[in-house]
Design a protein around this ligand. Sequence first.
Ligand code: ADP
Length: 384
Amino acid sequence: MRFFSGQHTIGILGGGQLGKMLLNITRQWDIRTKVMDPSDQSPCKISCNQFVQADLMDYDAVIKFGEDLDILTIEIENVNTDALVVLENQGVKVYPQAAVLKIIQNKCRQKEFYIKNKIPTASYQLFESKELLKDAVARGFVSFPFVWKSESMGYDGYGVKIVRSNQDLENINEGKCMAEDLVSIDKELGIIVCRSYKGETQIYPCVEMEFHPEANQVEYVLSPARISKSIAEKAKKVALSASKAFKHVGLLAVELFLTKEGEILVNEVAPRPHNSGHYSIEASYTSQFEQHIRAIMNLPLGRTENKVAGVMVNLVGKEGYTGPVHYKNIEHILAIEGVKPHIYGKKETRPFRKMGHITIINKNLDVARKIAEEVKETIEVISK
Ligand code: ADP
């Protein structure tokens, strides 16, 4: 392996916090890295060997970035996949593969993929435009309430809206979209599967996500999820079937709905490290970041069980504060046992911006969850 203390290089498209946490592993293993991101303030900048500032959708920039790489991975899905196809043909190992990214980048194509591969998902109808959707509503082919999802560029709920009335319908964006059945959700669950080039898979325990009611961002991630064994098994089966269908290399984070009727449905997947797996840095035998690096380098995969229970709290910018960030009371939460903050290194805060996360580890999940609440109430992400 000429990557360890060698000249071979792993490239990462995207220089955000997910990339930064991947770089913790490449630093630990002394592996050369190159990162591309549009922002010269990106969190990855301090820990990669080489940084390129460019637009991730820019075909020429991605080709140029990838040409001298041995392995190329991503930490965000919105990258130029046509360029990735070219790089694959030139012999660069692109993981996740361009074909996987092409499906996942587009919510409608992703849905069609689930149907084709008999992966359980909420029912939906596709529309070429907002006008056609409105027309279908007027004719009674689609009825309120439903979930509108824009074909592309969705992130953290921005391309998703629950539509309950004609007024809501007016407020959605133009463009190709789908109308999805509003699922009666009991819990939102997540499972991360890692798959190597040879098809070896390792699956992480099912986690449970609690959402912030207004911002529609994950507030707590609990590992393991508080669900029965049979539900956990069902969720695992569905996640593995998605992994098998995509034939991805690296991580696949599968977001699931547990319905009030006890059904498991796939919401969406991400072929990269995921917010729902951050707990694994402290709580698992192998973190999701180490596992991803192992998989894309064709190394043996590590164990995925928890050593202890983990609860993750997202550190998001407090409403009403924009500007240079200040983590108020961080010293108080560090006095509590098992509290592990991660600060992403973004200099400016704004309302609900993901600035970091905190993992709370404890032998007892309920204790960890209680501490997580205390942590959340104590620390404040504000501007000075
Ligand atoms: P994004 O890609 O922007 O993160 P998601 O598709 O994950 O968007 O949806 C964001 C959130 O919206 C989900 O976590 C869930 O809470 C809610 N949601 C999405 N689809 C449905 C649905 N069909 N029924 C009910 N709630 C949904």
